[in-house]
Design a protein around this ligand. Sequence first.
Ligand SMILES: [Fe+2]
Ligand SMILES: [Fe+2]
Length: 369
Amino acid sequence: MTYLPPTRELRERLDTAQTLSRLFYREEAIVLACGGFVPHTPRLEAKAELGRTAWESALAADALRERVFELRYPARFLDEQSEEIVIGDGTELAGLLARQRDDYRAYLEAADELADGPSTRLVAAALRDKERQVEALAELELADGDPARDGRYFLSSFYWPDVLDPDYPYGEGIALQLRSAVSHLNEVWAVETAGRILRELSPELGWEFTSEAARWLYDETRHMLMGKERLEAWGLPTAKIPLGGYIYEAWQQEDPLYGLGMLGYFETKNIGRKRERARAFEAMGDRTSELDMEFDWADETLHAEYGRRWLRRLLEARGEDPESWPQVLERCEQLVRERVAAATPADLERIRTCADALVRTATERAVRS
Ligand SMILES: [Fe+2]
Ligand SMILES: [Fe+2]
């Protein structure tokens, strides 16, 4: 008997699922490594890049995972992880990013657009991100010590005097513009906290957490950069801008459960004031501060929900009462109070001098412009 011949070279459906599973596990490993490295890299730009890479990689991983489920329909499972992935330092991360980029390229070259169009589309998007990440993270500097602080700034755990001295005014006008930008910059504590809980709680909470925590981390890096860029645009000297992270320091020796509590609680505590601040900036004609505040507020609404849900799930996963979360938050508050109580009068004096000088410099510039 004779038949018509095959007309296209195709990869088998289940082979495709296996290949995409392997790519998923690598993306997952990249997400976790980025989170874990965040506190150890000093430069804010590098922390931000790790956050962005974590988020983009989580998006790619999510799409790969869903595609594998489609290809295996009606079954819904991922193959066991077949290769051991170790990312112990920046060089190993760069190596894996490059390997992933090359494998995405090879996948696209071999793919059949007609049979496997949905994979082609998601792999092309993931490849575009990987190409950027490979460049951006080529020389990641990781320091010992936890957390690594960006030495270009005025380093002070307590980044504004009002943290230590409730009588120090939050400020109006220029002082308020500055206080708000310094707060955004100092969300570096939230960046580091999000990075660590992503790394340390993912094994307990699973992929859904990993994926949301990567977005959480990315959002906090954007909030940090909002402050950094406003302060830079006003031409304020970096060495006079305070950078600290007492909330991160307050929990860094503790169970990451408290990191989750801190991030879910202290980051969203001021949601109520954000609208009022945005209006104050609008009245000053400072559209950037106003819009940054509004976008930040949108993110925080999402984060408040992450915090509530994952704190309950974590307690549940540990066999504790999920409704006991208020105790976690109480302990968080206590840890922060202890960290604040450990500050000395010299710490207060030092940050007061720094803040007063920054307000003066900003005031002079505002008059001149
Ligand atoms: Fe934030
Ligand atoms: Fe947040």
